[in-house]
Design a binder for this molecule. Structure first.
Ligand code: ARG
Length: 604
């Protein structure tokens, strides 16, 4: 049987052009396998190449199409005798490429690929000259909204918001790096009935609230708690609080000003945390969407989606045993009406094609429900593979050492600022124990303590699959051994010091030196470096920061255990090549740090 190479332009839906994928080995191989598949089964244009990294002794990557393809074509008068012969054909029809050193077929038709070490070396050298941005994935998304952090006014930011802030920031950074325009949205809870009781309570305390300075109000959370107590205990207060909501929402200046003031105080508090964490967000709180709610509800109502139920206005959704309430029986709007409206705004005004919400898994049902309502309204395609798309990025609980929800000793909610203070203090103590007080200035000490401390908190969170609960443990996260930010930061600093101590000008070497991967340790490190892009891409597509953490940790392990412990760098005949490998490792590690919101340190 002879086949000409199919010239059909059909390609894997998310696949960009070759030039755009210079860093992504998996995609480049998939392109080659695609040519082969189109050649051997031109009548099956829907079959997409499946290529996986496989770090086995038979190869670096594997194409797994043979079995699936066989079950599609058997009995249809094919010449193939079974999956292994399909595998053979896939292998034989691969176009010639400098990427591949050799191929073999194993078991039920797996096609194993050994990459060319020359090509690996060349790709790394190219990255050293062109910059790591050349290895950025090209996602088929133009503009994404990442809705994250989103604390509530007058309530303290707690560890749950810490998770949302850290995970959301990493996702935003990773998407941005992958050439997506990202709108970072802080969906602050700044509207709702709780303001009635808080304002009423503050009016009692401070009759001239306009003149009171902010520090006097200071601890808003305490006032919030006290006002809630009053609300529950005192029916007359409750009555006044409910009145206050009506007056606030009616726009009465006295109430509106008090509300503005409360928001401003909270906002400043939040910003102190964001500044410490190096997180940037644009606030579009719940109140922002308020004016749009009636119009959006009218649209839904005109579509016949909204019904009357027990005095409330609701949307009944298949598969849920409760309806989605969009107007409460007292006529007020709620979390769902705001979220539906925010979604409408993000789709129609902001023209986002991917909207991502980062909250604890406890809110899963809320998201499932209003996503479903939006699909019924025709705002979103029913097929989740199509755009625009929405995703709820849920995460689990942070637990204390007792295995219960993380609380302070007096069982209060843990305040974020206190956590960050402690992280910094503890890492400073560790630096002092290492005798850094003599070597470093006070400023250097403080900066490093902050970088290390906050990074430790972030990494301890990000390295877990976000859906699982994890135990908050300072001792563990600040350990300089094991899978921690401290270990990784030190590993990176050590690599930098190898390069510094060589006395060679690394920028010159990048231009003139050559990378050679003859030792297995060198080759393994080179291959791992080249897998950066596909790991970043997986982090984006599955919204899983732990994938990137795992990649980073493995890179550091491969560097130390496979490469550095077997391959002498300074003073060896391979010094130039090996210094370039060190530099490439440091660059990739720094990019991972950057995507994880971690500040690198250069000396330890
Ligand atoms: N303020 C909410 C909370 O603290 C989170 C908001 C998440 N974003 C959204 N669009 N619902 O639980």
């Amino acid at each position: 049987k002879t086949h000409s190479v199919s010239t059909k332009t059909h390609s894997v839906s998310t696949m960009a052009t070759e030039e755009e994928n210079v860093g992504n080995v998996k995609r480049q191989l998939a392109k080659l396998f695609e040519v082969s598949l189109r050649t051997i089964v031109p009548d099956e244009p829907e079959v997409e190449p499946v290529v996986v990294a496989c770090a086995g002794k038979f190869g670096d990557y594997q194409c797994n199409n043979a079995m699936g393809l066989w079950s599609k074509i058997k009995g249809k008068g094919t010449d193939f005798k079974g999956p292994p012969s399909v595998g053979q054909a896939i292998m034989k029809n691969l176009p010639k490429s400098e990427i591949i050193e050799s191929c073999s077929v194993a078991g039920p038709g797996f096609v194993n690929v050994v990459l060319s070490k020359k090509w690996i070396a060349k790709s790394i050298q190219k990255m050293l000259i062109d910059g790591i941005e050349k290895w950025a994935p090209q996602l088929q998304i133009k503009r994404a909204v990442v809705d994250f952090s989103s604390p509530n006014i007058a309530k303290e930011m707690h560890v749950g918001h810490l998770r949302s802030t850290i995970i959301g920031d990493t996702l935003a950074r990773t998407l941005e790096f992958s050439n997506v325009e990202v709108l970072r949205r802080n969906h602050v809870g700044d509207w709702g009935t709780q303001f009635g009781m808080l304002i009423e309570f503050l009016f009692e305390k401070f009759p001239n609230i306009e003149e009171v300075n902010e520090t006097a109000i200071g601890d808003l959370q305490a006032f919030y708690k006290a006002s809630k107590q009053r609300f529950d205990d005192d029916p007359a207060f409750k009555e006044r609080a409910q009145q206050a909501v009506v007056r606030l929402q009616g726009g009465e200046p006295k109430y509106r000003n008090a509300w503005l003031k409360i928001c401003e105080i909270s906002r400043k508090e939040f910003h102190r945390v964001y500044e410490r964490l190096g997180v940037h967000l644009e606030e579009k709180g719940e109140s922002f969407y308020n004016p749009y709610i009636p119009g959006v509800l009218k649209e839904l109502s005109d579509l016949g989606l909204i019904e009357e139920s027990q005095g409330a206005r609701v949307i009944f959704l298949e598969g849920f045993n409760i309806p989605l309430i969009v107007v409460k029986s007292d006529g007020g709007y709620n979390y769902a009406s705001t979220d539906l409206t925010a979604l409408w705004y993000r789709l129609n005004e902001e023209k986002a094609d991917w909207i991502i919400y980062v909250t604890d898994v406890g809110q899963q049902q809320h998201f499932d429900m209003f996503f479903k309502a939006a699909k019924r309204a025709g705002w979103l395609p029913t097929d989740d593979a199509l755009k625009p798309k929405v995703t709820h990025v849920g995460f689990g609980l942070v637990l204390g050492e007792d295995g219960k929800r993380f609380r302070t000793r007096s069982s209060e909610v843990v305040r974020l600022v206190d956590l960050l203070d402690e992280a910094k203090d503890r890492s400073k103590t560790a630096l002092l124990e290492r005798g850094k007080a003599e070597e470093w200035t006070e400023k250097e000490l403080d900066q490093t303590a902050e970088a290390v401390g906050y990074s430790a908190v972030k990494y301890a969170d990000l390295k877990n699959n976000r859906l699982t609960n994890y135990t908050f443990d300072f001792d563990q996260m600040l350990n300089d051994k094991g899978n921690t930010a401290v270990y990784l930061l030190y590993a990176h600093a050590r690599i930098c010091s190898i390069i510094r101590k060589s006395g060679r000008n690394i920028e010159e070497l990048k231009k003139t030196g050559e990378i050679v991967l003859d030792h297995t340790g060198e080759r393994e490190l080179g291959l791992h470096l080249l897998q950066f892009s596909e790991n970043v891409e997986e982090t984006c597509t599955n919204l899983l920061p732990n994938v990137l953490c795992e990649y980073l940790y493995n890179l550091s392990e491969v560097f130390t255990k496979k490469f550095y412990s077997n391959c002498q760098v300074v003073g060896s005949p391979e010094e130039t090549s090996r210094l370039l490998l060190c530099e490439a490792t440091a660059i990739v590690m720094r990019k991972c740090f950057n995507l994880l919101g971690i500040e690198p340190v250069y000396k330890i």
